[in-house]
Design a protein around this ligand. Sequence first.
Ligand code: GAL
Length: 954
Amino acid sequence: MSFRTTSAFDYVEDVSPGSGALPPRAWYASSDAKALPLDGAWRFRLSATADAEDDSFAEEGYDADGWAEVTVPGHWVLQGDGAFGLPIYTNHLYPFPVDPPHVPTENPTGDHLRVFDLPEDWPADGGAVIRFDGVESCARVWLNGTDIGEFKGSRLAHEFAVGHLLKPKGNVLAVRVHQWSAGSYLEDQDQWWLPGIFREVTLLHRPAGGVLDFFVHASYDHLTGEGTLRVDSDVDGRVLVPALDIDVATGEPATTLVAPWSAESPRLYDGELVTEGERVPLRIGFRTVVLEDGLIKVNGKAVLFKGVNRHEWHPEKGRTLDLETMREDVLLMKRHNINAVRTSHYPPHPAFLDLCDEYGLWVIDECDLETHGFTEQDWRDNPVDDDRWTPALLDRAARMVERDKNHPSIVFWSLGNEAGTGRGLTAMAEWIHARDSSRLVHYEGDWNCRDTDVYSRMYANHAEVEQIGKELDGGTHKRRGLPFIQCEYGHAMGNGPGGIADYQELFEKYDRLQGGFIWEWIDHGVKHAELGYAYGGDFGEELHDGNFVCDGLIFPDRTPSPGLIEYKKVIEPVRIDGADGTVRVTNTYDFADLSGLAFEWSYQVDGETVEAGTLSVPALAPGESADLKLPEPPAHEAAEAQWTVRALLASDTAWAPKDHVVAWGQFPASSGVRPSVAPTDRPVRGEKLITLGPASFDGRTGALKAIGGVAVESPRLDVWRATTDNDEGTEWASGIRYSSLWRTLGLHRMRHRLSSVELGEDALTVRTRVAPAAREVGLGVVYRWTSDGSRLRLTVSVGPEGEWTQPLPRLGIRLGLPEADQVKWYGGGPGEAYPDTRKASMVGRWQASVDELQTPYLRPQENGARADVRWVELGGLRIEGDPEFSFTARRWTTEQLDAAAHLTDLTPGDTVWVNLDHGHHGIGSQSCGPGPLPQYHLRAEPAEFSFVFSVLSR
Ligand code: GAL
């Protein structure tokens, strides 16, 4: 028997960061030095183990004609239709035995080969480096047969000096990439495991006397309005900023009046760093970030983060994003009032940070570090508390800071995510503080804030956040002096997140609370031929976390989900409320006055705009309010009327055109009349049917059969909804799992016992008891039908019987219509709304097709309810509510929706199922976080609600 002791493959399990790479430096694009992108088709060979093949493929002249091809940048598991393996999704569990630093012998290894010629005009002098912007998880590189080194740190740049190896033609670049390595232990982020060269590979010419590394220090003094610029450069040169008349030597400060940079007004000055051999463009933003009076202040002002966590994601390309996709993310964020982004949980592609500088977003740049899987063993052997790993951690910290240090948008360096606590993190924080005193350090995992400049938490509930806001949370002396952010909250999985408006109120109320970052930006669904979008488990993974990877504010194709629309409303930078013909406008920006916005009012009667005009609002400074008189309302008949006031962009901006709606408010002007039906008709018993006004009922059961010519599947009480991801909850989050409580109780299988059908003077009354098998609890339900000859009124009275300890999912009636396509309604819209997700729902007249009413959550679940509805028209009927109600309409039943795992499981049937709801239980965010607040619970209590049905004339 023999044991392998050392081998050419030991680097894979070596905890050190690697060898051969150049020291990290700022990432920039030169004005004049040549660059050769090595993107495109590469030859590719996949092996099952790290050591299956020797390194002969790296030799010049190797014949790789029989190899497959992959596109670089890209992940091999997303190419080759499964021939190159498949993606794996786990949240925090390592998909391999926790045996650090060892990784499985089965270690998919992709050999990549690319032969390239230098362009004709490639200079003969100077040097060259080859830069890898991202390779998961470990690579060894050869150029023209020479081994130039190996590295780990998947989402960090690595450069190698290769000038001495280059030749004009036929250069052979060979890269061996291992899916698993010691580095994988540091990269246990909640996302797909996707090996490959997923960011660009570029050959950069390095001219003699060229720029090496440089650090732009650009501060702003809010008291004098002056900015001070100093560019420290490894190679001496000059710094030019024409717009500011700056022309100074590197290392020399220059102070002058400037416009500062902020996320709201991202003023960048174009400059240049000129050394003897090179010119490099600079985009300079002057701002000063400090921790002062226990607050994070930028340019002298405390800021409120209205943020999101962004993973890099594309449904077909994984974490390979092109510039336009990155720009789309930034534009979508800006258009939805988002002002901050945490680059969870690794430094993004550098071009994304350029976009944040340009369009204006505060950034928490997070290091590529997470060791969450060690929580399964009480953090034993956690690499961040083991000195052997510290060089790798410091390497990661340095690679992040050095690469990204010249971005004004970055206000925080984050040590990583969910890595427990330990000496390695402290070492990282110390190194970062020493290297860059102009920014603050963030890390959530240490609630004592030993190493950090902010107290950061994830998913703390409202009550705790309020305690923290009131400074009653205790904690270490250091923590008590720090501001607070929720680096993750509002878990946007499926329908939701609920309760974000309640958080925002707290953030705005207490100075110490400086806002939060919704988890997360995008659903990581993988485009899939049969399933539409795949999630965890769809690739046959032996261990996976299902659709927990689909928890974004936008769908994989980047269409906004209702959660994003709600968030936009909740965080709008202008508050508009009003009463009695007066509107109050409050500027909640941190820096900007309101001169960039134009205001419009409109007046709606029964949801139709009857008059509109502009409103002149002074250029209020941040924090200021003004009360403005609205015009005399137009005369109209007694009807419900509202004022709607909108704040729009007054002119085109870089991120949205003129007239883009930034904020709005709506408030009542007069209230409407409730629908009434004088009960003049008497129910009449026929041979098989009972008739009442326009309606006919089953003579035995009293079930409604038709209204006029419209056949109806009789309405009956419904309490069930296809459970949402938040209803499902998670054991380890808040502990509330409504789905299992409700199913245990049997609310998904309620039985209806008919007790009587009574024909009265002016009403048909049907009494029932609705209850689940095996349980004592039930709901006494009385349906009372009346008519004035043309209209039909149903009043439903519900009386709980027995001890109800759980809230109901929903309370209302469900009916079926043979055909319905276009739906019109007057009420909240245009999108879905539930009790704790209804800020963005605007009262008006809306219309949509039944198909358009569906929200395509990747795992099908309750969705699409329109709230505060006064009336709805569909399928030939008009239905008015007393009081207002909520409705859904679908081409499948709730049971089918509940059973579906993917949208492709839903097939339209012949009936449109309509739910008319008196109430819904709140949504909450307990898929990872707190459940709905008590005020959004739907308790089993006596209730009464009515609907008036009439037939629409065709
Ligand atoms: C957090 C974690 C995120 C994500 C989220 C749940 O604990 O930092 O990466 O897993 O929970 O979706």
